[in-house]
Design a protein around this ligand. Structure first.
Ligand code: AMP
Length: 186
């Protein structure tokens, strides 16, 4: 977890590779669907372009079918999910049904203004439709209102592993691995 621009996608790929599990990024799946013009993509695009969350039901159904795929059988890393309380509840029932267990909730902490700068830079490089300054500000607001409270929820379960997400990618990665070393594997 972490606000838009915290580096979740970059770090998720490295962590998943290290543990030999898939990184399941809801944002990437939505973007792939938008790119292919699927009905899911057409629906998701309206929300994404405005910086809003795609409705829980749509997102939950997508994650449920993704984690049922065979490559996720031995475990998986979720990047960008859950983002709402309703998604937390749904994830709980999904992982219970598949016999998995949540080992850790990794939170990347970053400075808000640095994040806006990072995202504007990414906009230049990748040209994402939701990386304009207005939409970035809206995404940060939505994150603060809908997603930040989940840190306390998972904190109450003793699952939160907080890592400083500022600095070089490789340094952040090292901090993440060091922090995850202390987490018992299920
Ligand atoms: P991301 O690449 O993780 O920043 O996600 C890009 C966009 O996809 C978000 O701004 C949302 O519109 C949508 N999205 C990704 N994950 C979720 C989620 N768990 N719940 C709702 N919308 C999501």
């Amino acid at each position: 977890m972490g606000p838009p621009g915290a580096g979740k996608g970059t770090q998720a790929t490295a962590v998943a590779e290290h543990f030999g599990i898939p990184a399941i990024s809801t944002g990437d799946i939505f973007r792939a669907n938008v790119g292919q013009g699927t009905p899911l993509g057409v629906e998701a695009k309206r929300y994404m372009d405005a910086g809003e969350y795609v409705p829980d039901e749509v997102t939950n159904n997508m994650v449920r079918s993704r984690i049922a795929e065979s490559d996720a059988g031995a475990g998986f890393l979720l990047d960008g999910y859950p983002r709402t309380l309703a998604q937390v509840t749904e994830l709980d029932s999904m992982i219970q049904a598949t016999g998995h267990q949540l080992d850790a909730v990794l939170v990347l902490t970053v400075d808000q203004e640095a994040v806006v700068t990072r995202l504007l830079k990414r906009a230049e490089i990748e040209g994402r439709a939701d990386d304009t300054e207005d939409v970035i500000r809206r995404r940060l607001e939505v994150y603060a209102a809908e997603t930040e409270p989940l840190i306390a929820v998972y904190g109450g379960r003793g699952l939160v592993v907080s890592v400083d997400g500022m600095g070089e990618i490789a340094d952040v990665q090292q901090r993440i691995f060091a922090a995850l070393d202390d987490v018992p594997e299920s």
